[in-house]
Design a protein around this ligand. Structure first.
Ligand code: BMA
Length: 365
C-alpha cells in the first residue's frame, strides 16, 4: 500500500482531537464507531496534505472488458487500484440483483470488502427509481417529494426503499465481522434539475426533510458505519450551497459535483467553477469541523492528454480535500466514449501515471 495513513494513527488522532460521540468505559477504553474511524482517517489524510483518488465501478468493468478477475483500467496503467472506489445502489430498491449499470450487488459487496482490506475506502451513491412515476432517477414527470405528506402509500414505499439501502450498507463486514465504514452520498446533485429529488421538483424544506427521513431510518436500524456526504452540483454561490444543506448533524462531508465540459475550450470555465466552489466550501467545512471532498468530476473521454497533471492536480492540490472521484469507464461497445480515467494505450495514460506517482495522490495495492 502506498503513502497511506494507518488506521491506528487515524484512531489516535481521533482520540487526541476528542469526539463528542465517543463512549468512554470505566477502564478508559475508548470505543469509536466505524463511521468515526473513517472520519478520523479522512481527517488525517487531509492533515498530511494528501487525497484519495477515486473511480466509479473501477474493478467491475472498463473500456474494453467486464468482470475480469483483478481487472481495473486504473491499475492496468498505474499498478495500483484507486484509493477510493465509488459504487451505486440504484435498483436495490426494487430488489434487483444488479444495479442500474448491471453491477451485481453481491459483486459490489465483495469488492467493497476487498477494497477495505487493501486499506482503501468506498463511497456509495444511489440513482434510485422515481417512486411516484415508476421511471428512473432522471424522470421528473412526477415529483414525489411534493406529495409525500399527503400520500401515505408513496411515503411507505420511499421509506422501505431507504431501508433497503440501510440493510445493504450495515451488512458490509470485513472477514473478522467488523462493519466496514463507507461514505454514503444520497440525493446528490440536487441543485440541478435533472433528478426527481432536485431543484424544481422539491422545495428546499422538502429536500432537507428527505435527508432527515433517511437518517431517521438509518438510525432506527442502528447503522453506525455511514459517513454522510452532501454533494450538490456546480455553479453555486455559498448561499445556494446552504439553501438545501441538511444541517451539521446530518452531514460529515461537504462535497461538490463539478464536471469539465467542452474539452480544451471548456478548461477555463471548469477551472473557475472548481476554484470558486471548492474554496468557499472548504472554508465553511473548516469552520464547522467538516471534511471537504470533490465528490464527482472528470472530463469525458479524457480528451486533454495532460488533463490529470495540468488541469485536475493544480486545482485540487491547493484545496484541503480528502478525495477526488472521477466517474465510470463504461464498456465502449455499450456506451461509446463514456469514460473518465484513461485505459492502457490511451493518449492520456502516461500523464495519468505521473498523477499517480505524485506523493499527494493515494492509490492502493
Ligand atoms: C451517469 C452515466 C450513466 C449511468 C449513471 C449512473 O453519469 O454514467 O450511464 O447509468 O451515471 O451510474
Amino acid at each position: 500500500m502506498k503513502k497511506i495513513i494507518t488506521t491506528l494513527s487515524a484512531v489516535l488522532l481521533l482520540i487526541s482531537c476528542g469526539n463528542k460521540n465517543k463512549n468512554t468505559s470505566e477502564t478508559e477504553n475508548v470505543s469509536t464507531t466505524p463511521a468515526q474511524q473513517l472520519i478520523a482517517q479522512l481527517d488525517s489524510v487531509v492533515n498530511a496534505g494528501q487525497f484519495y483518488f477515486g473511480h466509479h465501478d473501477d474493478p467491475a468493468y472498463g473500456h474494453d472488458w467486464k468482470y475480469v478477475e483483478g481487472g481495473s483500467d486504473v491499475k492496468s496503467i498505474t499498478g495500483e487500484y484507486p484509493g477510493l472506489m465509488s459504487w451505486d445502489l440504484g435498483m436495490i430498491e426494487l430488489d434487483s440483483s444488479k444495479n442500474l449499470d448491471g453491477v451485481p450487488f453481491a459483486f459490489m459487496a465483495d469488492e467493497i470488502i476487498a477494497q477495505d482490506a487493501r486499506g482503501g475506502i468506498n463511497a456509495i451513491s444511489w440513482h434510485l427509481r422515481n417512486p411516484l412515476s415508476g421511471g428512473d432517477s432522471w424522470d421528473v414527470s412526477a415529483s414525489p417529494l411534493k406529495e409525500l405528506d399527503n400520500n401515505k402509500a408513496l411515503a411507505d414505499t420511499l421509506d422501505s426503499w431507504i431501508g433497503k439501502t440501510a440493510v445493504f450498507i450495515s451488512g458490509l463486514k470485513d472477514k473478522e465481522g467488523n462493519k466496514i465504514p463507507v461514505i454514503f452520498r444520497p440525493w446528490h446533485e440536487n441543485t440541478g434539475t435533472w433528478f426527481w429529488w432536485g431543484a424544481g421538483n422539491s422545495t428546499p424544506e422538502q429536500y432537507i426533510d428527505l435527508w432527515k427521513r433517511t437518517r431517521k431510518i438509518f438510525d432506527e436500524k442502528g447503522v453506525d458505519n455511514v459517513v454522510w456526504a452532501y454533494s450538490p452540483d456546480k455553479g453555486l454561490t455559498p448561499e445556494d450551497y446552504f439553501t438545501t444543506y441538511p444541517g451539521d448533524e446530518y452531514v460529515d462531508i461537504f462535497g461538490s459535483d463539478i464536471y469539465h465540459f467542452g474539452n480544451a475550450a471548456g478548461t477555463e470555465e471548469y477551472r473557475q467553477r472548481v476554484k470558486n466552489q471548492l474554496t468557499f466550501v472548504a472554508e465553511e467545512a473548516k469552520k464547522r469541523g467538516k471534511i471537504t471532498a470533490f465528490t464527482e468530476t472528470g472530463l469525458e473521454g479524457v480528451t486533454i492528454d495532460d488533463w490529470y497533471t495540468q488541469v485536475l492536480l493544480p486545482l485540487v492540490e491547493e484545496q484541503p480535500i480528502a478525495y477526488v472521484c472521477v466517474w465510470r469507464n463504461a464498456v465502449d461497445s455499450e456506451k461509446p466514449g463514456h469514460y473518465y480515467a484513461p485505459y492502457p494505450g490511451h493518449k492520456a495514460a502516461a500523464d495519468f501515471k505521473k498523477f499517480h506517482d505524485n506523493p499527494k495522490t493515494i492509490f492502493v495495492k
